[in-house]
Design a binder for this molecule. Sequence first.
Ligand SMILES: NC(=O)c1ccc[n+]([C@@H]2O[C@H](COP(=O)([O-])OP(=O)(O)OC[C@H]3O[C@@H](n4cnc5c(N)ncnc54)[C@H](OP(=O)(O)O)[C@@H]3O)[C@@H](O)[C@H]2O)c1
Length: 286
Amino acid sequence: MSIAVTGATGQLGRLVVEELLRRGVASRDIVATGRNTDRLADLAERGVHVRRADFADSGSLVQAFQGVRKVLIVSTTTVGERYDNHVRAIDAAEDAGAELVVYTSTLNARTAGMMLADAHAKTEQYLRDSGVPFVVLRNGWYLENYTSQFPLYLETGVVPGSAGGGRVSAASRRDYAEAAAAVLTGEGHAGAVYELGGENAFTLAELASALSDASGRQVIYSDLPAEQYRAALLDAGLPAELAEVLADSDLGLKRGELFTSRGDLRRLIGRPPTGLADVLTGAIES
Ligand SMILES: NC(=O)c1ccc[n+]([C@@H]2O[C@H](COP(=O)([O-])OP(=O)(O)OC[C@H]3O[C@@H](n4cnc5c(N)ncnc54)[C@H](OP(=O)(O)O)[C@@H]3O)[C@@H](O)[C@H]2O)c1
């Protein structure tokens, strides 16, 4: 059995490779891919095949997927190029004769109106139409999207956003990686669309309140009109496209598009997903 993982130079892909190894997949049966393969040198030393794959270059993808049975396509980062990138990767997996393509999408991709969901919904459709057996992992928001901002929230005393009273089913990257590894190493998943998210969904006001309680410092949630939030993100130095996408995603959060009660993540990883309460203290201390 051989499994290729794209985006292994990134955070989620790396965790998937580590989880495959932890589950006993032989290193020679794993192909870790990315653009800058220097970042994968330690995996190569452990016997993992390392191959360069650039989603802009179909030839590199076909070569990277040669001889592979299952391919995990980790969605790429540049919003405007995503769909074309994913199409090239799906075509390459098919050309290489892959028997299963697993794709990391976004929660509620079919029905969500947020900008981010568009390329994911189109990719899912392309995958369905391709005829190759597939699994869709509709990953919810990462807990780390918030924990990485804790120092800033604590410094300013404010969690800014445009999410109103919307609840987010966030889970850790590690949980989503475990779910991907469970699908890649398991049987009977072909055709499945999993809605993956944490179980104790929270509002951003609840996040602020939990952070206050855990840190002993006052932190409040400030709900802003999306345009004002976008401007604040721009002021904080975020690139224009990212600021727009994040403000728009908060409006999706408000509409319930980042919420799930399906329990798919727990079923795939065989335990309750890590929640905000589990990471709060550690994230403040680190
Ligand atoms: N659910 C969420 O909350 C959330 C949040 C952020 C992102 N995401 C999505 O989930 C994905 C994985 O998250 P992450 O945290 O692992 O992101 P990350 O650490 O930024 O990793 C992104 C990976 O995508 C690769 N990539 C991007 N464009 C590529 C291209 N044209 N060709 C080849 N590889 C390319 C990167 O490779 P290089 O090292 O070569 O650039 C990197 O390995 C992201 O790419 C994004 O689509 C989800």
